[in-house]
Design a protein. Structure first.
Length: 353
């Protein structure tokens, strides 16, 4: 197998067979849905973006348009993106940044990443944002919707689908675009990186010592967790970022069962190695120091009226939105409970202790 890949049968079955039940050590309700998490080893923080607030926050937020703040008594707003820095130990909010959301993006394809120069990057459909936490400065790269060389598929548009970093640049994948676009960390356009023939719109990207790992969903096999994975050479003159102690990426595993349509494999420093989206029913996490942990994933039962007018029983599970594994055997997840309006999204911490 290529580095970062996972065998959908042996690795998953081995982990499930030795799991130990565990409950979250911390659980916090978020003020809206978030779809990505990034770990910041230099600040010992986690970062996530809420594109549209659905409930009033329980902490002050900055307002983009004035010096006022948005507090618990203020009505929810949905125009700006709210980027949060939270303690990687407790989940408590440290800082919040408000950045524009001109397309009123809902966040389904948003990506949050930590660059080697310690800046934080957020993608919206057609914008890249670079945030400097030390100065609160927000810089923008607007992305044109028309991209020369793009292809036509059933999913229209050239919106951003994934992002990763080299030691000196950011690489961005876009839907229907058969190459990666590269910018310097000070927002200057650089070269494009061609993808293997027939590939475009990677779901996730990461850089390793061997090059760029690209992951796309498998459209032909619904039982596959591996999808399509490709090794791509790094741009000339660049290397992969390393962890703060100079080590290369070392994956740990969060495995979703039993349907095998979802897997999430991430490195010690939080960079994504492999992810396939799906509807999770069972979670198993493999820390480096103990047997796999079975994460409690509650089942919600109910009834709905089918097209024939009969009441039928239903079952649903929380939807796993994002996860990140920290080097000290801590796992943060973001999940959304089914059937609630507004949807209840939770940030939860699991530990191997």
């Amino acid at each position: 197998m290529r580095p970062g890949s996972i065998d959908s049968t042996s690795a998953t079955d081995s982990a499930i067979s030795t799991t130990i039940d565990t409950q979250p050590a911390v659980s916090r309700t978020l003020p809206g849905r978030a779809y990505d998490l990034a770990y910041d080893p230099d600040r010992n923080a986690i970062w996530y973006a809420v594109m549209e607030l659905s409930i009033p926050p329980t902490f002050p937020l900055p307002r983009q348009s004035s010096n006022e703040t948005l507090g618990p008594e203020s009505p929810p707003v949905g125009l700006d993106t709210n980027l949060f820095e939270a303690s990687a130990s407790t989940g408590e909010i440290i800082t919040a940044f408000s950045i524009p959301n001109p397309d009123r993006d809902k966040g389904l394809n948003d990506v949050v990443g930590i660059a080697p120069d310690h800046s934080v990057w957020v993608t919206e459909s057609y914008n890249l944002y670079r945030i400097d936490p030390s100065t609160s400065a927000v810089q923008t790269i607007p992305l044109p919707k028309d991209v020369s060389g793009s292809v036509n598929t059933s999913i229209q548009g050239t919106f951003v689908t994934a992002m990763t970093f080299t030691n000196t640049s950011v690489l961005v994948a876009r839907n229907n675009v058969p190459f990666l676009q590269q910018w310097s960390l000070d927002l200057q356009p650089l070269a494009s990186v061609d993808l293997p023939a027939g590939d475009y719109g990677a779901n996730f990207l990461t850089t390793t010592g061997s090059g760029i790992q690209m992951m796309t969903n498998s459209g032909s096999d619904a039982s596959s967790v591996a999808g399509t994975q490709a090794d791509i050479p790094l741009p000339p003159g660049t290397t992969s970022p390393t962890t703060s102690n100079g080590s290369q990426l070392q994956p740990q595993y969060l495995i979703v069962r039993p349907d095998r349509t979802t897997a999430n494999v991430q490195s010690f420093d939080g960079a994504k190695i492999l992810t396939v989206e799906g509807s999770p029913q069972t979670l198993a996490w493999q820390p480096s120091t103990c047997p796999a942990l079975q994460i409690f994933w509650p089942t919600t039962t109910g009834e709905i009226t089918n097209p024939l007018g009969k009441q039928v029983s239903t079952q649903s599970w929380p939807q796993l939105e994002a996860s990140v594994i920290l080097p000290n055997n801590m796992l943060w997840t973001i999940s959304t409970a089914p059937g609630e309006t507004p949807a209840k999204t939770s940030l939860q911490l699991y530990t191997s202790n």
